[in-house]
Design a protein around this ligand. Structure first.
Ligand code: PMP
Length: 465
């Protein structure tokens, strides 16, 4: 018999915990470990902090999942959502329907795009945006009469999402193993991670050239007439916060142009200031044909993502060589009006508050604090740009050898950090990611790093004793 759902949330923290263990299947969670560890239940937010039910505060060093850019209680976003909810809570964009928030958000994105873009398509998540980009690429090559040009290349350690196609573009073991992925026609080339994959004596730039050469070799081996597109994050996020080395993207883009291969920039993490410029594409001089974004597009207050396409792609989608009348792709919630209104207000707030200046100030502070830890006994590499960074823990600083996975050094530091009041994320190879809200102040960066360093020293004392 179902319990009546009362007007207010009514469970006490113990019953909430029990109910969580009884009913919730958690995403991206070790399900067995969760049964003993239990959940951290957040109840409210304030600026860069969230509070649990006991009133303890945590600095959200990851802005949730690299996304809550304006922090956790921005009233202007609440008001924008409320206004739109009252006015028109839902309408769609299929078959010639439209609405003001979706239209104005499209214009705002086109005006802010890093390269000339022609149109915007909306979806609800980064995964859906990348799936959409992939389908557009296939459709595009059918439309221009090259049905054999369909293979897509992404990179090892890439993260592009978890739907069947976007998880195939992603190249991390947990996303492929046990899911029978990737699907056909999706290939992977080497990652840009110089720290682990650079050869002895090889400079960053030589490594970058080698990666571009390998990409070209892969294209030639597959047949350039079969390769449609290349997907890349400007800075790799979930794969370990990996920055492009040397002139990496210049060399890569030369290869793509040579073989008429479309370039998709996945700006899901980098978009809207994270790397110090409005787009990662500006920081690294990328000229994408298609750009996907999400997360900070709405400061994560509601789900929304976007796919921007350039004129060349748009023209093919538009006419499809005169074959079909309808572009047969769209989600019920493409450009959901409440999400779109919140996204529009988010972009307005970035402009009004000059968010890029804050990223410059607080980002410099974050990078200085990360790099000051390069000499710490556990830290092999300290890296980052703007308000994204990582520390990679190693057993041996000279050889970059990792700790034994059973030691779980990264997860232990993250767990300890949570006890000291900062939420962070452990990634592969014991790298720990930092991606705080873009509104974080320099003093809050210091507070976050002080809390983190206590955790780092606790675990170092444990491991190195
Ligand atoms: N692309 C990148 C670069 C991402 O970081 C993510 C999510 N972390 C995605 C795509 C997928 O986004 P979502 O989880 O909203 O599907």
């Amino acid at each position: 018999v179902p319990q009546p759902i009362t007007k207010e949330l009514s469970m006490t923290s113990n019953t909430l915990r029990d109910a969580d263990l009884s009913y919730v299947l958690h995403p991206y969670t070790n399900l067995v470990a969760h049964e003993t560890k239990g959940p951290l239940i957040a109840v409210r937010g304030e600026g860069v902090r969230v509070f649990d039910e006991t009133g303890r505060d945590y600095i959200e060093g990851m802005a949730g999942l690299w996304c809550a850019s304006l922090g956790f209680n921005e009233p202007r976003l609440v008001e924008a959502a409320t206004r739109q909810m009252k006015e028109l809570p839902f309408f769609h964009m299929f078959s010639h329907k439209s609405h003001a928030p979706g239209i104005e958000l499209s214009q705002a994105l086109i005006e802010r795009a890093p390269v000339p873009m022609a149109r915007v398509f909306f979806a609800n998540s980064g995964s859906e945006a990348n799936d959409t980009a992939l389908k557009m690429i296939w459709y595009y090559n059918n439309a221009v009469g090259r049905p054999e040009k369909k293979k897509v290349i992404a990179r090892q350690r890439a993260y592009h999402g978890v739907t069947v196609a976007s998880a195939s573009l992603t190249c991390l073991p947990a996303n492929h193993r046990d899911f029978d992925l990737p699907i056909a026609r999706i290939l992977h080339t080497g990652s840009p991670q110089y720290y682990r994959e650079g050869l002895p004596g090889e400079s960053e730039d030589e490594f970058a050239r080698r990666r571009a050469r390998e990409l070209e070799e892969l294209i030639l081996a597959e047949g350039p007439e079969t390769v449609a597109a290349f997907f890349a994050e400007p800075v790799m996020g979930a794969g370990g916060v990996i920055l492009p080395p040397g002139r990496y993207f210049e060399y890569i883009q030369e290869v793509l142009r040579k073989y008429d291969i479309l370039f998709v920039a996945d700006e899901v993490i980098c978009g809207f200031g994270r790397t110090g410029q409005y787009w990662g594409s500006q920081t690294y001089d990328l000229k994408p044909d298609i750009l996907t974004c999400a997360k900070a597009l709405s400061s994560a207050y509601l789900p929304i993502s976007a796919v921007l396409v350039n004129e060349k792609v748009y023209q093919a989608l538009r006419t499809n060589s005169g074959k079909i009348g309808t572009f047969g792709h769209g989600y019920t919630y493409s450009a959901h009006p409440v999400s779109a209104a919140v996204a529009l207000e988010t972009l307005r707030l970035y402009d009004e508050r000059d968010i890029l200046s804050n990223v410059a100030r607080s980002g410099a502070r974050l990078q200085a604090r990360l790099r000051a830890l390069a000499d710490h006994p556990l830290v092999g590499d300290a890296r980052g740009i703007g308000l994204i960074g990582a520390l990679e823990m190693v057993k041996d600083k000279a050889s970059h050898a990792s700790f034994e996975p059973t030691l779980a050094v990264g997860p232990r530091i993250v767990e300890r950090a949570q006890e000291h009041g900062v939420i962070l994320r452990a990634m592969a190879a014991d790298a720990i990611a930092f991606s705080p809200p873009l509104i974080i102040s320099e003093a809050e960066v210091d507070d976050m790093m002080d809390r983190f360093e206590r955790a780092l020293n606790d675990v170092a004392a444990d491991i190195l004793k």
